[in-house]
Design a protein around this ligand. Structure first.
Ligand code: 13P
Length: 346
C-alpha cells in the first residue's frame, strides 16, 4: 500500500466544490435506461453516450473524478483518444466499478449480495495499469424485504464483509476504495425505518472494515441519504432529510474517514441537490470539531438523467445534452458548498 499516493488521490477526489460523476452503469442498467428513452441498446450507442459525457467542455470545474465501467475504461472517443486519456488530460481522476453486480442471496428471497471478490486482486492490477486511481463497489440493501421488518442479518453481514474485503484489496493495489452500502429508496417504508436500517448497516460495514484492517483515512464512504421510501405516504422535508442523514452519519462514521460522497439513489437532480445543500448548509462548517468529513456528491442519475433525455441518442443533440450535464454538475457543485438554491433550476 502506498499511503502517500492514496492520501493524494483521496484529497483530489474530495477537492472543495467538486464531486464525482458516477457513469459506471453496467451494460444491463445502461441498456435499460436507453430502452426507456427509445435509444438503441448497442455497444456503439453506449460508447457515443460515454464519449459525450467525458468530452463535456469544462466538466473538471465541478467534477474531480469519474467512475467508469469495465467496457468504458477500455474504449476511446470517436476521434480515437482513449476515454482514460481524455479524463486525465482534463484533470479528472479515473475510477472504476469493480463489483460484478448484486446477485440473489441464498435462502433470502428479495435480498441480494454483491459479488466480484474472486480474482479481484488481478483485475485491480489491470485497472491500475490502465490508469485508474480509485474504485467502487456497491452493496444494495432492500429496506423492507417482503414479510420482514428489517433486512436480514445474513444480507447485512455478507455485504459488509464483501465491501471490507474489496476495500482492503483496493488499498493494497494503490486504489482508493469508494465503499457504497446503499439502502434502496424502493418501498413504502418510513424515514424512521430508513434511519434504523442505514445506521445498522453502517455499523456492520465499519466493523468489517476494521476487521480487514482497512485504512479509514484512505477511503470514501458513499451512503444513501436518509429519506422515506418512494412509496411512503409521508414524505419528509428537506430539513428532515438533512437532520436524519447527519444524525445517522455522526453516530456511526469514524472521524478518520476523510469524505462522504452521497449517491442520488433515484432522487431527481433537483431533490438530490436540495438535500446535499441542506446537509452542507447545516453541518458543513469544518471549523466545527464535530464535523470531520468533506461532504460531496457521487451522483449517477441525478447528474446524467436530464442530459440523457436531451440527447435521446441523436448526434444533433450532443451539445445541448452536454449543456444539460454541465447545468446539473454546476448545481451539485454549488450544493456541496452550500450555495445551491432552487432558482438555479430556472
Ligand atoms: P445514483 O446516484 O443514480 O444512485 O448512482 C450512483 C451510483 O454510483 C450507484 O452505484
Amino acid at each position: 500500500m502506498n499511503a502517500q499516493m492514496l492520501a493524494e488521490t483521496t484529497r483530489a477526489m474530495l477537492a472543495e466544490g467538486k464531486g464525482l460523476l458516477a457513469m459506471d452503469e453496467s451494460n444491463g442498467t445502461c441498456d435499460k435506461r436507453f430502452a426507456d428513452l427509445g435509444i438503441a441498446q448497442t455497444v456503439a450507442m453506449r460508447r457515443a453516450w460515454r464519449d459525450l459525457l467525458v468530452t463535456t467542455p469544462g466538466l473538471a470545474q465541478y467534477v474531480s473524478g469519474a467512475i467508469l465501467y469495465d467496457e468504458t475504461i477500455r474504449q476511446a472517443t470517436i476521434a480515437g483518444t482513449p476515454f482514460v486519456r481524455v479524463l486525465q488530460d482534463a484533470g479528472i481522476l479515473v475510477g472504476i466499478k469493480v463489483d460484478v453486480g448484486a446477485k440473489a442471496l441464498a435462502f433470502h428471497p428479495s435480498e441480494k449480495v454483491t459479488e466480484g471478490l474472486d480474482g479481484l486482486r488481478e483485475r485491480l492490477g489491470g485497472y491500475v495499469a490502465m490508469g485508474a486511481r480509485f474504485a467502487k463497489w456497491r452493496a444494495v440493501i432492500n429496506a423492507a424485504p417482503s414479510g420482514a421488518h428489517l433486512p436480514s442479518e445474513a444480507c447485512v453481514r455478507a455485504n459488509a464483509h464483501a465491501l471490507a474485503r474489496y476495500a482492503a484489496l483496493c488499498q493494497e493495489a494503490g486504489l482508493v476504495p469508494i465503499v457504497e452500502p446503499e439502502v434502496l429508496m424502493d418501498g413504502g417504508h418510513s424515514q424512521a425505518h430508513c434511519l434504523e436500517v442505514t445506521e445498522g448497516l453502517l455499523r456492520h460495514v465499519f466493523a468489517a472494515l476494521n476487521t480487514q484492517d482497512v485504512a479509514l483515512e484512505a477511503m470514501v464512504l458513499k451512503p444513501n441519504m436518509v429519506v422515506a421510501g418512494r412509496g411512503c405516504a409521508v414524505q419528509v422535508t428537506v430539513e428532515a432529510v438533512a437532520n436524519a442523514t447527519m444524525l445517522c452519519l455522526r453516530r456511526v462514521v469514524p472521524a478518520a474517514v476523510p469524505g462522504i460522497a452521497f449517491l442520488s439513489g433515484g432522487q431527481t437532480g433537483a431533490q438530490a441537490c436540495a438535500h446535499l445543500n441542506e446537509v452542507q448548509a447545516r453541518y458543513g462548517d469544518r471549523s466545527d470539531q464535530s464535523q470531520p468529513w468533506s461532504l460531496t456528491f457521487s451522483f449517477g442519475r441525478a447528474l446524467q438523467h436530464s442530459a440523457l433525455e436531451t440527447w435521446a441518442g441523436s448526434g444533433a443533440h450532443r451539445e445541448s445534452a452536454q449543456r444539460a450535464l454541465m447545468h446539473r454538475a454546476r448545481c451539485a457543485s454549488a450544493a456541496c458548498i452550500g450555495r445551491y438554491d432552487a432558482s438555479m433550476e430556472l
